[in-house]
Design a protein around this ligand. Structure first.
Ligand code: NAP
Ligand code: MG
Length: 399
């Protein structure tokens, strides 16, 4: 059998723990037998990030910008325990944060639906795609632990030397203070990425903030979205989709009562929280695809979940694990499909479709990992381990 040829390499960003183990099986058993895979490989495993003083993360992000399409494994964001566990030089920043900032991208998360897993919200019939702004707000904040009485102020000094100053609070005793920011450029990029994605997927787009309370910060998001939408309104109309703005609490109430099928654009924190809610209500974090899209059309496909640390420790002890590789598989198919579209390789696009279909069929046939078996109706026919699940998909792919 001749393998499917590629033109441009995909940027491959390897990761940590259980997902690093699954990564190899996914490549070896599901992709390499069919595709003459071209990759530019970057090892974002924590050890190598530490060895390179995290330079490898920035190199991977630069490669992503240069080549256009990347696929990323889940990676450890080190905390104090990890610093000890891996004897790190320092508590390196989240690679996802570094890559998001480099690409100025928006993260879109879309659940993978299968007929035998019913969403916990019974009205949900179609995927709810969460588009998360990936820059600023509380993720790039400055904080002060206020020790005692005093004045908390917000100060901006322009390059012209002009000062803007507002009082936040007169403290009578100890407290806390936080400063956050965003930029007009990033908010406009966020809006453009979302409008572009909604048009590509032909779904309505909803956006919400708390502009009634935050009359400058959140209101700016609302106004910049309105302004950017002018450039998309005609195309939205032609596609029969709409842009709907409301308040964040109102949108939450509507989402829970609706049937889904929209792109829900969320500010950074809202997106962090709501994407996990949507994912768990649709079944499992492992049934969620995630793609970072920059306004100039650079794509990074990843899994929405972490490195599945607990399963990895079991794996190291030689115990059987049942980790679900669906999101990792869909990260690869997303990247290969996009590469195929950009390079005019219909065979590669068709392969991505076939691998997704074989994966979905495996679960629909009742063969699944433990996380899904807990939710399946009718009940699973076969609850399989991490590697056996990938083997079951491989068997269906061979067809
Ligand atoms: P996690 O890896 O997402 O796992 C949390 C729990 O969710 C697991 O213990 C497991 O539940 C379940 N789960 C997640 N993915 C699964 C899968 N594929 N198959 C089956 N079950 C799955 O989150 P975490 O344990 O909080 O974080 C572990 C590490 O991941 C951390 O170091 C964190 O920094 C990193 N992280 C990375 C990313 C990323 O790179 N995208 C995102 C989030 C976190 P049960 O134990 O009940 O089976
Ligand atoms: Mg989160």
């Amino acid at each position: 059998m001749t393998k499917i040829a590629m033109k441009t390499p995909v940027v491959e960003m390897d990761g940590d723990e259980m997902t690093r183990v699954l990564w190899v099986w996914v490549k070896d058993k599901l992709i390499l037998p069919y595709v003459d895979l071209k990759v530019e490989y970057y090892d974002l495993g924590l050890k190598h990030r530490d060895d390179t003083d995290d330079a490898v993360t920035m190199q991977a992000a630069e490669a992503n910008k240069r080549l256009g399409v990347a696929v990323k494994c889940a990676t450890i964001t080190p905390n104090e325990e990890r610093v000890k566990e891996y004897s790190l030089k320092k508590q390196w920043k989240s690679p996802n944060g570094t890559i998001r900032a480099a690409l100025d991208g928006t993260v879109f998360r879309k659940p993978i639906l299968v007929p035998n897993i019913t969403p916990s919200v019974i009205s949900w019939k179609k995927p709810i795609i969460v588009g998360r702004h990936a820059y600023g707000d509380v993720y790039k904040n400055a904080e002060i632990a206020v020790p005692g009485p005093g004045k908390g102020e917000l100060v901006f000094t322009g390059t012209d030397g002009k000062e803007h100053r507002v009082l936040i609070q007169e403290f009578k005793g100890p407290g806390i203070l936080q400063g956050i920011h965003n930029t007009e450029r990033s908010i406009r990029s966020f809006a453009k990425s979302c409008f572009t994605y909604a048009l590509a997927e032909k779904v309505d787009m909803w956006f919400a903030t708390k502009d009634t309370i935050s009359k400058i910060y959140d209101q700016t998001f609302k106004l910049l979205f309105e302004d950017e939408f002018k450039g998309y309104a005609a195309r939205f109309h032609a596609a029969g989709i709409e842009y709907f703005y409301t308040l964040i609490d109102d949108v939450v109430a509507r989402i829970v009562k609706g049937e889904g099928g929209m792109l829900w654009a969320c500010k950074n924190y809202d997106g962090d929280v709501m994407s996990d809610m949507v994912a768990s209500a649709f079944g499992s974090l492992a049934m969620m695809t995630s793609v970072l899209v920059s306004p100039d059309g650079v794509f990074e496909y990843e899994a929405a979940h972490g490195t599945v640390q607990k399963h990895y420790y079991k794996h190291l002890k030689g115990e059987k694990t049942s980790s679900n590789s669906m999101a990792l598989i869909f990260a690869w198919t997303g990247a290969l499909r996009k590469r195929g579209e950009l390079d005019g390789l219909p065979e590669l696009v068709a392969f991505a479709d076939r691998l997704e279909a074989a994966s979905l069929k495996t679960i629909a046939d009742g063969v699944m990992t433990g996380d899904l078996a807990r939710l399946a109706s009718p009940p699973a026919k076969q609850v399989v381990g991490s590697e056996a699940f990938i083997d079951a998909i491989a068997a269906r792919l061979r067809g």
